[in-house]
Design a binder for this molecule. Structure first.
Ligand code: BEZ
Ligand code: FE
Length: 304
């Protein structure tokens, strides 16, 4: 009967994965075991702490549904999502910076005509967003699907509200770029908002005296065929939380100056009923491939 001391135990578990047919899966599992064992040894983890961790992860799982992802939130607040992003985007070559996908990329993003107010049913100061997608040389890219999503004036995404089941998408759409690579839409000026605090991840944030806020932003997923999918946000300059995002997602290049305007018409020539805001931002994408993320609730295939 084998009897292992601490060091031998790690080696034995690593060896138990030796026959894993997929070399990458074998490597990932063996390294995971080594890191986990190292954590337990280094911290001298007690049974009580281990039990708490198991319960925490169980509660995290129970909080998940097809449209609520507490594990993504956990990865985000530990900075793991931004680290995965960083190791996968080491050389930008002038392409727009990337940031977290977040847990609210859900449901269908319907192709929507340019100029549409994607937040028509919401109160808030109106904002006109004008944008363009180009390659690294500034050549406009036509026919590119761009998904956008953002929170309402109270800081909630459509999928967090009871009305989502009946009313569907709000502040969530897909635009297809024109021949000059451009797209534009209307919405409300987004505000900073807390990540969900009604689950185990939020509890941890509050108990550890971190704040739960994200600075105001709009999410963009630019999915040009033949180019790396670009998952990013545009943040609004001057936000109180721009330097302390709870998920560490802000990059200087992604901060836009949003101008307050009082012109009677918006850039597409249509009348403005009240002073409005103008966000202008261009996206540069990098040749390559890669799969765009699927909205939550879609089954994820095993990696190759
Ligand atoms: C978001 O921006 O939607 C988000 C990102 C990470 C965690 C929570 C929310
Ligand atoms: Fe967000």
């Amino acid at each position: 009967m084998a009897q292992f001391n601490e060091t031998e135990l790690t080696a034995a578990v690593v060896k138990s994965f030796e026959q894993t047919p997929n070399p990458r899966a074998k490597f990932l599992l063996q390294e995971l075991v080594k890191s986990l064992h190292d954590y337990v040894s280094k911290t001298g983890l007690t049974f009580e702490e281990w039990e708490y961790a198991i319960d925490f992860l169980t509660r995290t799982g129970h909080k998940c549904t097809d449209i609520r992802q507490e594990f993504i939130l956990l990865s985000d607040v530990f900075g793991v999502s931004m680290l995965v992003d960083a190791v996968n985007h080491r050389d930008r070559d002038g392409a727009t910076e990337t940031t977290v996908l977040g847990p609210f990329y859900v449901g269908e993003h319907k192709v929507t005509p340019h100029g549409t107010d994607v937040s028509e049913s919401l109160e808030g100061e109106r904002m006109f967003v004008q944008s363009r997608v180009t390659d690294l040389n500034g050549k406009p890219l036509a026919g590119v699907p761009v998904d956008i999503w953002h929170a309402d004036g109270d800081g909630f995404y459509d999928s967090q509200k009871e009305t989502y089941a009946t009313e569907g998408a709000v502040s969530r759409a897909r635009f297809i770029t024109d021949s000059d690579g451009s797209f534009f839409f209307r919405t409300i000026l987004p505000c900073s908002y807390p990540i969900p605090t009604d689950g185990p991840v939020g509890e941890m944030i509050m108990q550890t005296k971190r704040h739960p806020m994200r600075p105001a932003h709009i999410h963009f997923l630019v999915n040009a065929p033949g180019y790396e999918p670009l998952i990013t946000h545009v943040f609004i300059e001057g936000d109180k939380y721009i330097d302390s995002d709870v998920v560490f997602g802000v990059k200087d290049e992604l901060i836009a100056k949003v101008e307050k305007r009082s012109d009677p018409t918006m850039p597409d020539g249509k009348k403005a009923d009240a002073p409005w805001h103008l966000m202008t931002y261009e996206f540069r994408v990098k040749p390559g491939g890669g799969m765009a993320p699927k909205p939550l609730g879609t089954k994820v295939a095993e990696p190759a």
